[in-house]
Design a binder for this molecule. Structure first.
Ligand code: TYD
Ligand code: MG
Length: 453
């Protein structure tokens, strides 16, 4: 019998230490270490070394149809065309954001997979059935089970032999061979590697739900990211109805694409026209609101950015950013101070991307700068204008990629003018009339603000 040894594991990132530490040296989080027992001399399960054989790349047969399209356009877009057979997909997100709902809907719509096993460790099968009824799900091949013991689940998968297994959620499943509590890093990792073995061994696709909590009560699925093939995050403001699905890792597709859903009382609906959705309810002729044209993956999207600049009450001015990198805001405000002469030092600034989107494209810079300046000067930007451009440290507006796509989207939605970097204008001369939208080119921030405000 191997001797049990106790080690301390960071519940946030999985860093291991022989003693308790207040702060994790790997992820810098405080108070995340938990003592866990570990069997010493554990051997990875698997075949003996003598059975292992390498195969020539030309001898490996791959089915031509190796993906199951999910039947949901937005989901397929993020996955890169559907669920790959034998792949392990982690769907992470805050509790209550809609992960279970999304996966139930995938079960209903998925093509070419006739048998699906939905394992819930959180709800009874009757509760799932009630939800499924509300969502209109009645796929006969969808088998439900409420179970948390991994050994039982493994047996069940073997017996049922489904094409797709859904585990909801990984934090509730435990392997009784491991001594630590369900939801701890070693359980979550142990169960995931077991599921990985099943997926790779039998070609069954496995989707795992993982809750992310900031409080650290449950092990963050971050520790699983390197183990699985695909990591999807389902995000959004729980108080708003929009949800964004994004891939942060995908061995079988691009990680640039995002899928947009709307949570309705009948479940998640796909949003076909995100620009229209993102702009609905936009206030017009109000200082601090601008529209930018951003590229999310391969598709252009118009998004509203709002800024509020107001006098600071306390000594230190506050800056807050939602959906945009905080450091980008401080940098762009510094450009405004230095290059435009706007004295923002005694003002608080709040910048918000509407609709729960995250923008990390430099092409949004001009929009951010203009929103801040517009709020500072209390002057509204023409609601028929769309802004595109990267702002450099000297205040210059730099060219951006895929300018035609961005302008075409603005024209399609009915905008009248588009402010673009002068560096992009040359390529556009020929298409200028076709668009039906006026193009204004700008060289630097001062010039842009003169036109806009
Ligand atoms: P759920 O899928 O249970 O979240 P998760 O699995 O990520 O914890 O979603 C729960 C939320 O979704 C809940 O607040 C109610 C809402 N919801 C709807 O608005 N409409 C619906 O049809 C369903 C099923 C849920
Ligand atoms: Mg759930």
């Amino acid at each position: 019998m191997a001797k049990a040894k106790s080690i301390f594991i960071c519940q946030e990132c999985g860093y291991e230490s022989t003693g308790w530490l207040g702060k994790c040296p790997a992820c810098n989080m405080w108070n995340t270490f938990v003592e866990e027992l570990q069997e010493r001399g554990q051997k990875a399960p698997g075949a003996a070394a003598a059975d292992v054989k390498a195969v020539s790349i030309n001898d490996i047969q791959v089915d031509t149809e190796e993906r199951y399209p999910t039947g949901m356009k937005e989901m397929d877009r993020v996955l890169g065309g559907g669920i790959v057979k034998g792949s392990l997909i982690l769907v992470g997100g805050d509790p209550g954001i809609g992960k279970s709902t999304l996966l139930l809907q995938v079960c209903q719509n998925i093509r070419h997979a006739s048998k699906i096993l939905y394992v819930s460790g959180e709800e009874s099968i009757r509760q799932i059935k009630m939800r499924a009824d509300r969502l209109g799900i009645k796929k006969p091949g969808l088998m439900l089970v409420s179970e948390t013991n991994f050994k039982m689940i493994e047996k069940l998968i073997e017996g049922e032999n489904p094409e797709l297994v859904i585990i909801d959620s990984i934090q509730t499943i435990f392997d009784d061979g491991l001594t630590s509590a369900p939801g701890s890093v070693s359980q979550v990792r142990g169960v995931t590697s077991g599921l990985m073995r099943i997926a790779k061994g039998s070609g069954i696709a496995v989707m795992i739900v993982g809750h992310v909590t900031k409080e650290g009560a449950l092990a963050g699925p971050r520790v699983l990211e390197h183990m699985v093939d695909t990591v999807l995050y389902f995000e959004g403001d729980r108080h708003l109805s929009y949800r964004v699905l994004r891939a942060v890792k995908n061995r079988f597709g691009s990680t640039n694409e995002i899928g947009i859903f709307e949570m309705r009382d009948t479940g998640l609906a796909e949003v076909d026209n995100p620009s229209m959705t993102m702009l609905s309810g936009r206030p017009e002729d109000v200082p601090g609101s601008v529209v930018i044209s951003s590229i999310e993956g391969t598709r252009p999207m118009l998004v509203e950015i709002q800024a509020l600049v107001c006098a600071t009450n306390f000594g230190m001015p506050r800056r807050m950013a939602t959906g945009i990198d905080y450091n980008r805001i401080t940098l762009l405000m510094a450009v405004l101070e230095k290059r435009v002469g706007m004295q923002l030092g005694s003002y608080d600034a709040y910048v918000n991307v509407i609709g729960g989107l995250k923008l990390d494209e430099p092409a949004c810079d001009l929009g951010i700068v203009t929103a801040i300046a517009s709020s500072f000067r209390e002057k509204a930007v023409d609601p028929g204008s769309v802004l595109v451009g990267e702002v450099g440290l000297t205040g210059e507006i730099r060219a951006v990629s895929q300018i035609e796509k961005r302008i075409m989207e603005a024209a399609r939605i009915g905008f009248k003018s588009c402010i673009i970097p002068a560096g992009n204008a040359k390529m556009l001369d020929r298409s200028r009339e076709i668009e039906g939208i006026r193009i204004k080119k700008v060289e630097n921030v001062q010039q842009a603000l003169e036109i806009l405000l």
